[in-house]
Design a protein around this ligand. Structure first.
Ligand code: ZN
Ligand code: ZN
Length: 351
């Protein structure tokens, strides 16, 4: 029996629960969880915002822990290693996406870390709000010794989500990059774009975030609700990383792109409203696209990049019994910038 925190219905909030973890398969790694970041997606699943939540759901896909056992065929991980597990725990391993290390785009469907269906036995996957987890070695990454494990947890979702598009589109020294929104994703986007050598501008609605953005490394800040500032940014940017998780008007941002500029959505799954003016794309050969987390090789690359460039996530540590209050605060954007559950707080609770 493994202690965990689960939501039992859309309205229950999270409470203590027990789950089972599978016996080790030959390629499995057993991990005792030390830290788990709290992602907005966790709230969406706990409250069934997207439909399809299978209750009870144990959220958590920013997992850091130590290896406690390995299956007979595992050679890449050893007992005692500090490792991470992000948003996915399996994929078909046979399609072109999987061959390319882009398991998140698996043609046969990746298996998410929670609320997914295990490919072998059909059981439901449970995430990182728990004492331990068992994951196939291909989906386990190494946490470099230079990283603080607690601050590294959100790298496994917030980090890779922003790193992957910046790398895929080849952001380099001197590029003008705009990061839209500064929550968990946005503040990582600023750090990565800066480390890649870009001139970084944060777009925010809030005057209060100006100082904060500079502290995170942004060179400039544009208050997006000020039409004059937006107008002055017309045709300035090579790349926009849009981290806003709610519907918003993309047109003013598209106009800030140079010809051939690219606007990447990472925070939104709903229809875009108001509609995008096709002319804003056509007349300047601009690109509007999206990006989902990253594959396993790129996630490892991102962690190594963070170690080399001394990048981590700004976190607020959380006792798991306060998880429901943390969700309420996150809904108001009241966290700098990510909650991370210290899993000692779960181990210390009575079974
Ligand atoms: Zn996430
Ligand atoms: Zn596949």
């Amino acid at each position: 029996m493994v202690k965990a925190y689960a939501a039992k219905s859309e309205t229950s909030g999270l409470a203590q629960h027990t789950i089972e973890r599978r016996a080790l398969r030959p390629d499995d790694v057993a991990i005792e969880i030390d830290y788990c970041g709290v992602c907005h997606t966790d709230i969406h699943y706990a409250e069934n915002d997207w439909g399809g939540t299978i209750y009870p759901v144990v959220p958590g896909h920013e997992i850091i822990g130590r290896v406690t056992a390995v299956g007979e065929k595992v050679s890449g991980h050893q007992v005692g290693d500090v490792v991470g597990v992000g948003c996915l725990v399996d994929s078909c391993r046979q399609c072109s996406a999987c061959d390319e290390g882009l398991e998140q785009y698996c043609l046969n469907g990746m298996v998410p870390t929670y609320n997914g269906e295990d490919r072998h036995d059909g059981s439901v996957t449970y995430g990182g709000y728990s004492e331990n987890i068992v994951v196939s070695d291909r989906f386990v990454v190494k946490i470099p010794a230079a990283l603080d494990p607690a601050k590294a947890a959100p790298l496994l979702c917030a980090g890779i989500t922003t790193y992957s598009p910046l790398r895929h589109y080849g952001i380099k020294k001197g590029d003008k990059v705009g990061v839209i929104g500064m929550g968990g994703l946005g503040h990582m986007g600023v750090k990565f774009a800066k480390a890649l050598g870009a001139e970084v501008t944060l777009f925010t609605r809030s005057e209060e975030k100006v100082k904060e953005a500079k502290k995170q490394g942004a060179d400039n800040v544009i208050i997006s609700t000020d039409p004059k500032q937006m107008e002055a940014a017309t045709q300035v940017f090579d790349f926009l990383l849009d981290t806003i998780p709610v519907q918003h008007d993309l047109n003013p941002y598209l106009n800030c792109l140079k010809y051939d500029g690219t606007h990447i959505i990472v925070g939104l799954l709903e229809p875009v409203e108001p509609a995008v003016e096709a002319g804003a794309l056509v007349l300047k050969r601009r690109v509007l696209a999206g990006s989902l987390i990253g594959g396993l090789p790129e996630t490892q690359e991102m962690l190594d990049f963070c170690a080399e460039h001394e990048i981590d996530c700004d976190v607020e540590m959380l006792d798991i019994k306060n998880i429901n209050q943390a969700y309420q605060r996150m809904k108001k954007g009241d966290v700098k910038y990510r909650f991370v559950i210290d899993m000692k707080s779960l181990k210390q609770t009575a079974a």
